[in-house]
Design a protein around this ligand. Structure first.
Ligand code: NDP
Ligand code: 8X3
Length: 249
């Protein structure tokens, strides 16, 4: 029987690359995001079959629970949840950052992840290879200047991966934490609020990871034998030695 994966934030970057890779590997896909046109375009690109689209804002508790509660019967078993939706909003010192940016990151990266996970958990079978994969970050392992609340949300995701692994042990649910360094997606365009030049500069003089590199690692974690759980993977571009050290040409 085909497995079903729900991927949050499938309209772009890592989530989209996961959708492409898991589709190629015969998974049924539930794809989520706020940009409906992007979801529809991706569904068409993937051939439309065995894909269900959910268009909601993960910050909204009711929208998130309603989206999952209202899934058609044939989509009510979810084997793999990839908690990918997230963002950095701004990069500014603790004493000058915008409070609205902080709220958006906490509401999306932390509260949104909690809502969707609680909504999906009743649909995950016990002791049957069910798996939750959380997108944390290198920023959830090391704090860097002006990263304050983004880092805090990703440290929280890292902690939640550990907490889920402990609390869901009795249900036999696998939990994996994925912590990438620099990946060139729309991430920096979002962080710099549409300033494409600033976004490009973030990767200037080095070869960053691409979304497909992270999707490969996620697929590796998802495709281990039934008795194996990958707990945590940190991946960076070769040019990045830590959250604060990168070699640029
Ligand atoms: P992108 O900006 O390319 O993709 C982010 C995705 O999150 C989009 O599909 C977006 O969909 C979705 N999203 C954001 N806010 C919401 C919301 N309120 N409701 C629903 N969906 C939302 O970035 P990446 O692919 O790079 O990021 C994916 C994850 O990986 C994030 O959690 C990020 O923190 C993490 N990460 C990224 C790294 C990087 O360097 N790029 C490194 C380490 C971790 P839409 O806007 O359509 O709603
Ligand atoms: C994204 C990676 O280094 O820009 O999580 O914070 S970084």
């Amino acid at each position: 029987m085909k497995k079903t994966v729900l991927i949050t934030g499938a309209t772009s970057g890592i989530g989209k690359a996961c959708a492409e890779l898991f589709a190629k590997n015969n998974y049924r896909l539930i794809l989520t995001g706020r940009r409906k046109d992007r979801l529809e375009e991706l569904s068409k690109q993937l051939g439309d079959s065995d894909i269900y689209l959910l268009n909601f804002d993960i910050r909204q508790k009711k929208q998130t629970f309603d989206a999952i509660d209202n899934l058609p019967e044939e989509w009510k078993q979810i084997d793999l949840l990839i908690n990918n939706a997230g963002l950095a909003a701004g990069i500014a010192s603790f004493d000058s950052a915008e409070l609205e940016d902080w709220e958006q990151m906490i509401d999306t990266n932390l509260k949104g992840l909690l809502y969707i996970t609680r909504a999906v958990l009743p649909l995950m079978p016990d002791n049957n290879g069910s798996h939750i994969i959380n997108l944390a970050s290198l920023a959830g392992k090391e704090v860097y200047p002006n990263g304050n609340v983004y880092c805090a949300t990703k440290f929280a995701v890292d902690a939640l991966s550990k907490a889920m692994r402990i609390d869901l042990l009795n249900r036999g649910i696998k939990v994996t934490n994925i912590a990438p360094g620099m990946v060139e997606t729309e991430f920096s365009i979002v962080r710099f609020k549409g300033d494409v030049e600033k976004a490009k500069n973030a990767y200037k003089g080095l070869q960053p990871l691409v979304a497909e590199d992270v999707a490969d690692v996620i697929f590796f974690a998802a495709s281990r034998p039934a008795h194996v759980n990958i707990n945590d993977i940190v991946l960076t571009p070769v040019a990045q030695g830590s959250a604060t050290l990168a070699i640029r040409k």
